[in-house]
Write a protein that binds this ligand. Sequence first.
Ligand SMILES: Cc1cc2nc3c(=O)[nH]c(=O)nc-3n(C[C@H](O)[C@H](O)[C@H](O)COP(=O)(O)OP(=O)(O)OC[C@H]3O[C@@H](n4cnc5c(N)ncnc54)[C@H](O)[C@@H]3O)c2cc1C
Length: 456
Amino acid sequence: MARRRGDPSLPPLATDISADVVIVGGGFTGLWTAIALRQRKPDLKIVLIEAQVCGAGASGKNGGLVSGYWGSLPGIAKGLGANAALEIARAGAKAQDALRAFVQNTEVDLWWREAGLVMVSASPAQDLSIQHAAQEAARLGVPHTAQQLTPQQVQSICGASPFRGGIYYPEGATVHPGRLVRALRAHANRLGVAIFENTPMTALERGTPNRIVTPSGAIVARDVVLATNVELIKLREVAPYVTLFSSYAGMTEPAEEPLRSTRWLGDQGLTDARMFVHYFRKTPDHRVLMGSGSGPIAFGAQTTSPLLFRDQASAGRVLAGVRRLLPELARVRMAGIWGGPIDVATDRLPYFATIPRTRVHYAAGYSGHGVNPTYIGGQCLASLVLDEKDYWAQLPFCTRQRPTFPPEPLRFIGGRAIRWGILACEDAEDMERKAGLCARALATLPELFGLRVGTR
Ligand SMILES: Cc1cc2nc3c(=O)[nH]c(=O)nc-3n(C[C@H](O)[C@H](O)[C@H](O)COP(=O)(O)OP(=O)(O)OC[C@H]3O[C@@H](n4cnc5c(N)ncnc54)[C@H](O)[C@@H]3O)c2cc1C
């Protein structure tokens, strides 16, 4: 992540130390956990180590769309039941309130714009998803959280674009993720968290206490929080529940005039209704960020596979998304396109847990949706560290049963085939055609196996 002038990295660990809690990973999860712990127990000695600089992972390079779970309510209710789905969505609302409060108390402008999110329909097939989402919100007694929009109403929000209808989710904001992560780092530091950057954990010796090894010092601590995101797939306790996908995003050069001609006047973040979603937002300096959650899958725990960071086809889908969904910007140059791994859980929800018979806690499975949920992760992990059986520790994020993925190589081969099937179906639907039988059959497989991943 590029660092701003006057915002230098923090010194690495250079000696052996001890602490009450060591947090490994300086993304949103690690930083929110550190902040939650210091706020609840100001006398705890907390050390956070980060392999590179805070925000070097997904937290510093995500799309910056911020929402909880109202938009996923139908899928969650189908898997976990109505009550658990509502509990999850209400926890997301608490996280949104906390993020807003943090932004309002931060002096730096984090480019937080809170005007809700609109899921638009960009093809006849997507009309059905829109209708279903609104019907489900009404059935679950929360129609205000997902308000169906007519084509005219969608046009009044995002103008000339080829959108046919949509849903307005009042809970939704956009943010500059790099600025947010730096503000969290500064806040954690102010609260007394000792942060060491360029300090990778090279080994974790589980015990009482635990011992974390780094290149130039070790840390002994009663509790360890692993907030290392996709790296957790290397743990045998986590591997069965997550698989490595990737998400790609691109940012245009500033384009004030073309952007004005789209008549996308408000600050709403937008997504389409594909399973391999396009997500997009405007920035205060008149750019558009366009993301596509359709990047390749990597084998096993190959978290550094180039497929996850530099895939031409995925970059092409980001560009195609701009051209199709915002045709007025078709000639605007992209300042950059980048990819990054995401750990997708079988039920597409994160899980916060303690490894049995240890005091090692972790957060896994954000499934490409983490800006809001990492706040929940921080609270849940703090409760686990402090042995508090409170609201956070009793949420389904910590307590639910989760299905597993098949082992490798089945997971990779099956995942690739299903991804190909879904992409083919969604590309055909965008052109108002039907995909071939083979693609359609592959796209229905996840549902047959009871997985929410790949379920359209
Ligand atoms: C391209 C892209 C777009 C996305 N867009 C959105 C979006 O618009 N909205 C949304 O809600 N979510 C989005 N996400 C997902 C979201 O960014 C993540 O879910 C979230 O940032 C995860 O935060 P984290 O702190 O758990 O992980 P990370 O930010 O990845 O932090 C983990 C940290 O651990 C460090 N680390 C790893 N191993 C070690 C080690 N051995 N020792 C020390 N440190 C280590 C890493 O360097 C890293 O900084 C997107 C993700 C990607 C990749």
